[in-house]
Design a protein around this ligand. Structure first.
Ligand code: ADP
Ligand code: MG
Length: 993
């Protein structure tokens, strides 16, 4: 099914349509059919005339199952391949989508409970997808004889809360009903998916167990008995089967293949479409079915390829994210009803399902897991569960008591139950009576429903009118609020204005007081002014007399001052002349002193030059005396050195000669000894040779004697054989033996002699060789020593000679240096003498020059002094004249001042009189006082309403008004009034008009 190219492009979501058969009720009511299914063409046609409008639409799906299709047909055709893929390791999801009552639950779960235990232990015909899938899975796995595990979870999602439908029946269930359906949190699993924390995973070991599980789950799904089973229609249920299959690779590794099948029974689709129509309940419905709405939005986003897919907006889409555009294979079974009263929903379901066909998923086989990693994961899981168990155990301790209590309660309940059962049987009987009554009632009902329809219409109208009124009231309320606000603003501004008014009146009072005070001040001031003016008069008169006296004093003072000045000038002139004479006499004395100094310095200089010449001659003498001694000393030194040198050379020569003689003697000695040794060796060799020769001759003579003796004895024996046979032969043998032994002894003695001699010679030889070698080494040593001694003395001699030479050189250079010093000393001496005499000469010249300069300076100074004193006297004369002139000026000024004083006095009189007149005029005639006109308003306090009174003017709140209305007009009395329609329709605004 899944080609390789599918992986890149993706696989469309498979969409099936199932139409349920008419229900018994619908058949009874003869409901018209609007839907026709063509299973083979995979088409569904909808056709209906509504209000003259003909609706005719055809939809095509991946598969279509008409009303006659059985559970088995749907399963075999649509679900078997999906389950096979799950067994291959894919994740697959099957959604059931449709209006409530169209068979979603029937399709997914079936009605197996009722007909439990189908024919031959197989599944009942009514069994839905879930039990069939479980059975197929077990059959396949058992057929493969593989090791496997099957786990299922079953959860319900209602109002965005997840409840575990397989949670064990714990004690908490007894405590409160709410706790039983404790919501479970949805969490990120860290691998990009989500998991439901604390969700029970039930391990299933055989297909039969599935029915108990389904029953357990479904019983927890609270189904209300209202006309549409409320919660089940609004809740989603998710049944998941997870399969782990063990596989062995050819390498012997154990791998775990994993596949998951999600079976989703969605909430009734009518919940979304209806929510658009009714306002009030829409919000509630939206909240409850946020998941369904989000599913629709997710599908739209996927179909329209929008960038953002709002998976995270609801729990359902978070849980099934992978099934929508992810790696899961997805199939949607849309369920519809064929009846006309469901047409609207049917069309919307068909549109929805048709759109969902365009979603593309990219199915991928789950990665096979190593057994070890799986085990590791499981250990982690076990740890987590352990922690949970510990936590719950702690809780359990507390609950044990509760359990006991509850045990008692249970007994009570059981008793009650028995009673109830009795009652129930009674009730059942009543029920049969009631059914007969019900038929009657049903007829009534049809009539009533007609009435109800008309009433509904009226209700709608009145609701509309109510809405209108509500609107108007709210508007008026707003207006009222605005008015009260405005009134409050006005009130506050009025309060402010009264306050302002009061403060203005206060200000006027203050001003009145001020002007009265002012009047008094002015009166006082007038009196004081005239007093002060008369005071001033008298003061001016006294001042005038004082001034005149002062002027006369000035006159006298200037006269006396002039006289004193003249006297002082005469005295000053005298003093100037005397000082000029004193100055010239001082100058003469100075010149005399200078002359005395000059004579003294000249004498000194002459003495200095004499001293220098004498010292120079003494130095010369000293040097001359020193010269002779130094040269003689140096000569002696030189001589001593040369004599040393000669002796040295002589000594060295003698030493060398002595060495030579010893050397020669040693050589002679050694030669002599070596020849001696050679001779000795020669002698020893000769001795050796001679001994060898003697030995050889002796041996040969013995051998000759032996031979001759043997020949003689042979011939003798041959001669005597005849005569002397036996006797003689014995005698001969004896004699023979004797000779032999004798000869033998002799031979031995000779050879021993020889060996002794040989040994002796060789010992002598060794000895001489040793002595010779020793001597040679000794002579060599002696020779070397002698040579070394000669070389050493020669080297020493050379060194001493060199040293002597050096000291001779030193003596010579010292002599030269001495001479040089003498010469430079002489030179310096003569130079110094010359310098001193030139210095003395120049000093004498300077003295002369100074003398002349002092002379000329004296005459110039005398001239300047006479000139200056003349000038001073002239200046004094001029000053006294100026003084006279200024004194006469002062006198004149005093005169004019007296005149101005007189005129000032007259002016002052006029002025004061004038001021007096003016003041009189101002204060008596011009200064005016305020006269009241009577037009200023008198102080008043208007009445300002308080805020509370303004607020009290508001209309009473709606509830109190309503209560008031209800008290005054009872509902019963209203029924009669209702016949006056004008009163009801009157708009609240008409009151204003
Ligand atoms: P929903 O899934 O909307 O809650 P149900 O599965 O509860 O609807 O079905 C409502 C009723 O219709 C049930 O009594 C069920 O037996 C019946 N029904 C639904 N589909 C079929 C069908 N294909 N064949 C027979 N009966 C059906
Ligand atoms: Mg249902």
């Amino acid at each position: 099914m899944s080609g390789r190219h599918d992986k890149e492009k993706g696989v469309n979501v498979q969409v099936l349509l199932r139409c349920r058969p008419f229900s018994d009720d619908e058949l009874r009511n003869n409901a018209p059919q609007v839907l026709t299914c063509n299973d083979l063409q995979r088409e569904v046609a909808v056709s209906q005339n509504i209000a003259g409008k003909h609706i005719d639409r055809v939809f095509t799906f991946d598969k279509v199952f008409g009303p006659s299709a059985q559970q088995k047909d749907l399963y075999d055709q649509a679900v078997v391949p999906i389950v096979n893929e799950v067994l291959e390791g894919f994740n697959c999801t099957i959604f059931a989508y449709g209006q409530t009552g169209t068979g979603k639950t029937y399709t997914m779960e079936g009605e197996c409970r009722r007909s439990k235990g189908g024919p031959s232990g197989g599944l009942p015909a009514e069994a839905g997808v879930i039990p069939r899938a479980v059975k197929q899975i077990f059959d396949t796995l058992e057929g493969q004889q593989a090791e496997y595990s099957v786990k299922v979870t079953f959860l319900e999602l209602y109002n965005e809360e997840i409840t575990d439908l397989l949670a064990p029946e714990d004690i908490s269930r007894v405590a409160t009903e709410d706790k039983q359906k404790k919501p479970l949190p949805l969490m990120e699993d860290g691998k990009g998916g989500v998991l439901v924390r604390g969700l029970e995973e039930e391990i299933v070991t055989s297909a039969n167990e599935i029915f108990t599980l389904l029953e357990r789950g479904s019983s927890k799904r609270r189904t209300a008995e209202t006309f549409l089973n409320k919660q089940s229609s609004r809740s989603h249920s998710l049944f998941s089967i997870t399969i782990h299959i063990k596989e062995a690779t050819p390498e012997g590794e154990e791998l775990i293949k994993c596949g998951k099948l999600n079976l989703v029974d969605l909430a009734g689709s009518e919940n979304i479409s209806r929510s658009g129509a009714r306002d009030g309940r829409a919000r509630e419905a939206g909240e409850i079915n946020k998941s369904l709405l989000t599913l629709g939005r997710v599908i739209s986003a996927l179909v329209e390829h929008l960038g953002h897919i709002p998976y995270r907006d609801s729990k359902l889409t978070r849980l099934l994210r992978d099934s929508l555009g992810g790696r899961t294979k997805t199939c949607i079974i849309a369920t519809v009803s064929p009846a006309v009263h469901c047409l609207e929903e049917t069309l919307s379901t068909l549109d929805y399902a048709h759109r969902a066909k365009h979603i593309r998923n990219k199915p991928e086989v789950n990665q096979k897991m190593m057994k070890s990693t799986l085990i590791k994961d499981l250990y982690g899981e076990i740890e987590r569960l352990k922690a949970e168990v510990y936590a719950s155990r702690e809780k359990n301790g507390a609950m044990a008591e509760q359990i006991e209590q509850m045990g008692g309660q249970i007994e009570n309940y059981q008793k009650q139950l028995e009673e109830m059962q009795d009652k129930y049987t009674g009730q059942v009987r009543e029920c049969s009576d009631l059914t007969s009554r019900l038929d009657v009632t049903e007829k009534n009902l049809s009539q009533t429903s007609k009435i109800l329809a008309s009433t509904n219409e009226e209700l709608k109208k009145s609701q509309y009118a109510m809405k209108e009124k509500d609107f108007i009231i709210s508007e008026q309320k707003k207006a009222e609020n605005v008015l009260v606000q405005q009134a409050c603003i006005l009130q506050s501004s009025l309060e402010k204005a009264t306050k302002d008014n009061a403060s203005l009146h206060q200000k006027i009072g203050r001003e009145d007081k001020l002007s009265a005070d002012n009047r008094k001040v002015v009166d006082n001031y007038q009196v004081e002014l005239s007093e002060q003016i008369s005071n001033m008069f008298s003061k001016v008169a006294s001042c005038m007399s004082q001034q005149n006296a002062h002027l006369q004093g000035v006159n006298k003072l200037s006269q006396s001052r002039l006289e004193a000045h003249n006297k002082a000038i005469l005295e000053m002139k005298k003093k100037v002349r005397a000082s000029r004479d004193l100055y010239s006499s001082h100058l003469e004395a100075v010149q005399n002193v200078v002359r005395l100094h000059k004579a003294n310095s000249n004498a000194c200089l002459e003495e200095v030059s004499a001293l220098t010449t004498s010292s120079a001659s003494s130095i010369d003498e000293f040097l001359a005396s020193g010269d002779g001694t130094t040269s003689s000393l140096f000569d002696e030194l030189q001589n001593a050195l040369t004599s040393h040198q000669g002796e040295m050379a002589l000594f060295a020569r003698e030493l060398r000669q002595k060495f030579h003689t010893t050397m020669e003697k040693t050589q002679e000695m050694s030669e002599y000894t070596s020849t001696f040794f050679q001779k000795l060796m020669q002698e020893s060799k000769n001795a050796e040779n001679r001994a060898a020769e003697a030995n050889d001759s002796q041996i040969s003579s013995i051998i000759d004697f032996q031979k001759t003796y043997e020949a003689q004895s042979k011939s003798d024996s041959e001669k005597l054989i005849a005569d002397l046979t036996n006797l003689v032969s014995s005698h001969i043998r004896r004699q023979h033996e004797l000779v032999d032994s004798r000869l033998h002894n002799f031979k031995d003695a000779v050879s021993s002699n020889k060996s002794f001699l040989d040994e002796h010679v060789s010992a002598v030889n060794n000895l001489t060789n040793d002595a010779k070698r020793k001597w040679e080494t000794f002579s060599m040593q002696a020779e070397n020593d002698a040579r070394e001694g000669a070389d050493f003395s020669a080297a020493k001699h050379c060194r001493m000679e060199l040293l002597l030479q050096q000291s001779v050189g030193h003596a010579e250079s010292a002599f030269k240096h001495c001479k040089l010093t003498h010469e430079s000393l002489k030179e310096m001496n003569s130079k110094q003498v010359a310098d001193v005499s030139s210095l003395v000469n120049s000093a004498c010249d300077n003295n002369e020059q100074h003398d002349a300069e002092v002379d000329s300076a004296r005459t110039a100074a005398e001239k300047d002094v006479t000139k200056n004193s003349d000038e001073i006297i002239q200046q004094i004369d001029r000053m006294s004249e100026d003084e006279k002139a200024s004194v006469s000026q002062i006198l004149e000024n005093v005169k004019t001042h007296g005149k101005t004083l007189e005129s000032f006095q007259q002016d002052h009189c006029c002025q004061t009189r004038c001021i007096e007149d003016k003041a009189q005029e101002t204060f008596q005639q011009r200064y005016m006082e305020y006269e009241p006109t009577g037009t200023t308003p008198s102080r008043s306090e208007p009445e300002v309403p308080s805020k509370a009174t303004i607020e009290s003017l508001r209309a009473m709140p709606m509830e109190t008004l309503l209560e008031e209305f209800r008290e005054n007009n009872s509902y019963d009395s209203f029924a009669s009034k209702e016949s006056k329609p004008q009163q009801l329709t009157r708009s609240p605004l008409s009151q204003v008009n």
